[in-house]
Design a binder for this molecule. Structure first.
Ligand code: HPA
Length: 299
């Protein structure tokens, strides 16, 4: 889908899908925006990365694994929202890891910042338009599985979207993906197997589990952490779910990993601060980066 729908094709597509005038405006807007953004980026960095990476809170140091060829601040990219959260520098990084072209988001967009679900997921669509086939996502998350400890790495095997707005609500743009995407395997099993084997050879213990997506920005109450556990979550966080939905819609192969930065279900005094979350992510980042780097090598 490089470059998305070719220029001049939109009226043709509208005829094809029997769109109304209103739908035409919506569809031409999103496709046109995606094309404009893609064109802008391609003018600066003409290559097609095969792998897209989203670096979560405190995980930006992964960038040192990257032979950076170009950096583009989000603020300079047409139609990109601008990230405002501490710990999120906010730029697209282009370069190579083990000879593979990658694009990495240093900083992501969160619903709690005030962006709508479509804006949160916009960069994922752009990465697809730039040519990626694989999407590697990282995040900081609170542990609710009693076996988890701060600093653990958890492979996300599945997720639960809890009151997070689905970014596909609204008229479906068939050019991007189907109306009713299958979500039985959002996280690719073969990538999970590869990551487990890699962590094993590195002697890094790994957890696996279900990521429970919430909007934030409050951390959870004690009662909420307990509820999340009862509802089937192993970790809870404020990102990822909307990005993964958009990625699955466009048939990207997704792999995602959480750093457990706090434990929500401890009985003792248990306040959680953003600072503590960032620090725990920074401490765990070298292990996460090593696994991501090796995984990229094998893709
Ligand atoms: N809850 C929600 N989001 C988070 C947490 C948490 O405990 N830790 C890091 N992100």
């Amino acid at each position: 889908m490089e470059g998305g729908v070719r220029g001049g094709a939109i009226p043709y597509i509208c005829t094809l899908y029997k769109s109304t005038a209103v739908e035409y405006v919506f569809m031409s807007n999103i496709i046109q925006q995606l094309q404009e953004t893609t064109r802008y980026i391609k003018n600066i960095y003409p290559y097609s990365p095969r792998i897209g990476i989203v670096l979560g809170s405190g995980l930006g140091n992964f960038a040192r694994e990257l032979a950076i060829e170009k950096e583009i601040p989000y603020s300079e990219i047409p139609h990109f929202p601008v990230s405002t959260v501490e710990g999120h520098p906010g730029k697209l990084l282009f370069g190579e890891i083990s000879g593979k072209k990658v694009v990495a988001m240093a900083g992501r967009f969160h619903f709690y910042e005030g962006y709508d679900a479509g804006q949160v997921a916009y960069p994922i669509r752009i990465m697809k338009f730039l040519g990626i086939e694989f999407l590697l996502i990282s995040n900081a998350a609170g542990g609710v599985n009693p076996d988890f400890r701060v600093g653990d790495l958890m492979i996300i095997t599945d997720h639960i979207s809890f009151a997070t707005v689905n970014p596909l609500v609204g008229k479906n743009v068939s050019e991007l993906g189907p109306r009713f995407p299958d979500m039985s395997h959002p996280y690719r099993k073969d990538l999970i197997q590869k990551a487990k084997a890699i962590a094993n050879t590195m002697n890094f213990p790994l957890k696996e589990g279900v990521y429970f997506g919430v909007t934030g920005p409050t951390f959870e109450t004690r009662a909420e952490y307990k509820m999340i556990r009862k509802l089937g979550g192993d970790a809870v966080g404020m990102s990822t779910v909307q990005e993964v939905i958009i990625a699955v819609h466009m048939e990207l192969a997704v792999f995602a990993m959480s750093v457990i930065t706090d434990i929500g279900i401890r009985e003792e005094e248990n306040t959680i601060t953003h600072q503590e979350v960032l620090q725990a992510a920074i401490d765990a980042e070298p292990r996460l980066s090593a696994i991501f780097k090796k995984l990229i090598e094998e893709l």
